[in-house]
Design a protein around this ligand. Structure first.
Ligand code: BEZ
Length: 401
């Protein structure tokens, strides 16, 4: 049987009754349409809805559901059913959570998550069970590196991507000696590593690397070390609730006007109302920013505000684009998840009209995208320039099967 005609194991299991009836029919010949469109499409959302990344999970969910609504509440012509799990940004619980969605709920797509450690476990489950996985945030470099696979896509970024250009931005301003600080897990290690690579290449150096465990927010002793080291610049990776507290503590310690603080845009995205005065003037690099003068951004911001009563942030954009990417794939196979090769090929070829600007998908299944320089003005991360145009992750170690 060709790939075009072969229904997926999960679709068959899920529509067992329909399949049994068809099998009993004397003249039954399986077709893509007969199997592909009988059952609802089951989407497994595995995201944080509690803890320091809770708001990020909420924004991704909102963005994703907005894309589905705009597609007429169907993908590839099929109605949608959601199975939802709060992953708590807890890597230890991730294999069980992901396996439940795949084996108990029989989802057609796994969608998640925010935390790189949790996403690495999801990628393992997706590879082991050959389940489609779309990652709407977590940047773990390995997922589009050594762990890359035909069934795994990302609609967000690799941790290296927004970090690398910031190294050159600060070095070009003569800020050559940097201290880095982050939570000690994949995202923080890879983000500070990407910054260090960019800075070193541009003639600077990292003089000290400081860490604390995720999601610890006891920043005081580290701020004392930074003050004593007197670097030209401080680069940090924090997001969500941790980013709010860090930016406030940095200002309260009297460091904001003495040592420039920079980072990937997660430091100030979705956080500005809580950070207030302490964030004003901070500069970050990211693949989205406020005020992008693009028709798609304008219509997205308007639709998001209408649906949810608040401004979208980068996480909402990534959720929205995960929906658009899946819609592109399923549209091409008319909802038949069993036509796996065609589904994957359509997702690989998709050019996503994103609020961040159009992007394509790299061979390793990661967005190739512009990285913007942004500055906080009021409650906006205002785009002030492009730090790196059409940046592809180096995808070190990716050998696509
Ligand atoms: C991560 O764990 O990959 C991550 C979490 C929050 C923001 C950005 C990246």
């Amino acid at each position: 049987m060709t790939d075009m005609l072969r229904p997926s194991r999960r679709t068959l299991l899920k529509s067992a009754a329909a399949t049994a009836a068809l099998a009993a029919a004397p003249v039954f010949a399986p077709t893509r349409f007969a199997v592909g469109q009988t059952a609802k499409l089951k989407l497994g959302l595995m995201l944080p809805y509690s803890g320091t990344y809770a708001q990020l999970g909420e924004a991704i969910t909102n963005g994703f559901k907005l894309a589905v609504q705009e597609a007429g509440n169907k993908l590839g012509g099929r109605d949608i059913e959601y199975a939802v799990v709060d992953d708590e940004s807890e890597p230890a619980k991730a294999p069980e959570n992901a396996n439940k969605l795949v084996n108990r709920d029989k989802v057609d797509f796994l969608i998640g998550t925010v935390h790189s450690g949790v996403a690495l476990a999801m990628a393992k489950v997706a590879r082991d069970t050959d389940t489609m996985l779309v990652i709407p945030n977590a940047g773990a470099d390995a997922i589009t590196g050594p762990l890359c696979a035909p069934n795994i896509f990302r609609s967000s970024f690799s941790n290296w991507q927004p970090a690398f250009p910031m190294g050159k931005v600060v070095a070009d301003r003569g800020l050559k000696n940097a201290v880095t600080l982050s939570w000690k897990y994949a995202a923080g290690e890879e983000s500070t590593g990407g910054f260090k690579e960019g800075l070193t290449k541009a003639g600077g150096k990292v003089v000290k690397e400081l860490w604390l465990p995720f999601p610890n927010v006891e920043f005081q002793p580290l701020l004392t070390e930074i003050a004593a080291a007197k670097p030209d610049v401080v680069y940090v990776f924090f997001a969500g609730g941790g980013a709010v507290k860090f930016v406030r503590d940095y200002a309260a310690a009297g460091l904001k006007d003495k040592i420039p603080l920079v980072g990937p845009g997660f430091l100030t995205d979705g956080t500005l109302e809580a950070q207030g005065e302490s964030a004003q003037g901070l500069e970050t690099t990211l693949h989205y920013g406020d005020g992008l003068d693009l028709p798609k951004n304008k219509s997205f911001v308007e639709a998001y505000k209408k649906a949810y009563g608040r401004e979208p942030d980068v996480y909402a954009v990534q959720g929205y684009d995960a929906g658009q990417l899946i819609a592109a794939g399923l549209g091409a196979v008319k909802g038949d998840t069993g036509a796996r090769k065609d589904l994957v090929a359509a997702m690989e070829k998709a050019e996503i009209d994103s609020p961040r600007g159009r992007f394509t998908i790299s061979k390793a299944h990661n967005p190739v995208q512009d990285i913007y320089l942004r500055k906080v003005v009021g409650t906006e991360n205002r785009v002030t320039g492009v730090a790196h145009r059409a940046l592809a992750d180096p995808a070190r170690g990716c050998k696509m099967a």
